[in-house]
Write a protein that binds this ligand. Structure first.
Ligand SMILES: [Zn+2]
Length: 135
């Protein structure tokens, strides 16, 4: 973990609750207090009604593989040894889409709409990445 060399997220005031939850191996996204929409990625106002009444809620971590691509060339030099790897969009059970990686699944076994569940990768003492694996 200490020698993790890939790009890392830089949490901001808006995104910090997501990263703090991930460190606890919990998936939290925002929910609008006005229209009740679940919202991801983190924002200052609701993407549906523009209300600033946003709060963080723990969600199931369950979803489906909405779409994916296979990276045959690294998207950054630090990913060279991972090629080929899966860049995916997961549709959470609560609705929002999250861009992620699929782990623990052979590429030939991937199927659009397959059930997936959040999987947490503790890559540094401060950062845990949220990936997904087959449910
Ligand atoms: Zn709203």
């Amino acid at each position: 973990m200490a020698d993790y060399k890939k790009p890392l997220p830089h949490p901001t005031a808006v995104t910090l609750p997501f990263w703090e939850a991930a460190k606890r191996h919990e998936l939290q996204i925002q929910q609008c207090g006005s229209c009740r929409a679940y919202v991801f990625y983190p924002r200052e106002v609701c993407s549906e009604c523009l209300s600033p009444d946003m709060s963080w809620v723990q969600v199931s971590g369950k979803g489906i593989l909405y779409s994916y691509t296979i990276a045959q060339a690294p998207t950054h030099s630090s990913f060279t040894e991972d090629v080929p790897y899966v860049i995916a969009i997961v549709e959470l059970a609560e609705g929002p889409h999250i861009t992620t990686n699929i782990v623990g699944c052979k590429i030939e076994d991937l199927k659009v709409n397959m059930p997936v569940v959040a999987s947490f990768a503790d890559v540094t003492p401060d950062i845990t990445l949220v990936k997904f694996r087959p449910a």
